[in-house]
Design a protein around this ligand. Structure first.
Ligand code: SF4
Length: 212
């Protein structure tokens, strides 16, 4: 990873909650709960760099990807290359292929915006690296062994670029985000470190004293 590059996984953290991104990526706070433990297990399936070939389908795990245009860097859980004469030349495979990223997650199959952003950012990198057109990718939910298709259309691409720009500005401003308590906070691995309810109560109390 080059200095100042944006990690693709940060986009997902930031879109989930800017404060969570700040605490984990900038302050290096660590937390574990049931959800992160399951998440680590989901990634056991795709750890390491490996190439698996089955007839016309080649699966590559742990592929490093980068976009100079958006200053992005990341490692894809899995990229599927389907050998196809209408695809693009993939130099390290020596084949023409269609390209499709697959991100591994845990839990039940669901449509999470931050996962879609992560997948779209991977597609943007792969398109820039290989000149491919990538209209779709998949989130694979390991606990239920289900693939959820994500269409990488113009609106998801535009939103992903917005998240990249917002995150870039957020990092350069260097100001921690204030906790905003919401329902999903209970699933957050750094709930105790963040203390969103206490932060909001203290903000409220400060507001009261200001008016006295
Ligand atoms: S507890 Fe809530 S506000 Fe705090 S980092 Fe997690 S999601 Fe964000």
């Amino acid at each position: 990873m080059e200095k100042d590059e944006i990690l693709i996984s940060w986009l997902s953290e930031f879109d989930y909650c800017p404060r969570r991104f700040w605490l984990k990526a900038i302050e290096k706070q660590e937390g574990d709960n049931q959800y992160t433990a399951e998440g680590s297990m989901a990634h056991q399936h795709v750890h390491g760099e490996r190439v698996e070939k089955r007839r016309e389908q080649i699966k590559v795990t742990g592929l490093h990807v980068r976009s100079e245009k958006y200053n992005l860097y990341g490692i894809c859980d899995c990229v599927e290359f389907q050998v196809d004469q209408d695809g693009v030349k993939i130099p390290f495979l020596g084949e023409n292929c269609k390209v499709c990223p697959v991100e591994y997650k845990h839990g039940r199959a669901r449509n999470e915006r931050e996962y879609n952003v992560q997948l779209a950012a991977q597609a943007i990198c792969l398109e820039e690296m290989y000149g491919a057109a990538i209209p779709r990718g998949y989130i694979y939910y390991t606990s239920v062994r289900q693939r959820h298709e994500v269409i990488i259309d113009d609106s998801l691409r535009e939103y992903t670029v917005k998240v990249i720009n917002d995150l870039t500005n957020f990092i350069s401003e260097g100001r921690p985000a204030i906790a905003v308590y919401k329902k999903r906070c209970h699933r957050c691995s750094i709930y105790d470190i963040c203390s969103p309810k206490n932060v909001m109560v203290s903000k409220y109390m400060k507001g009261l004293w200001k008016d006295v």
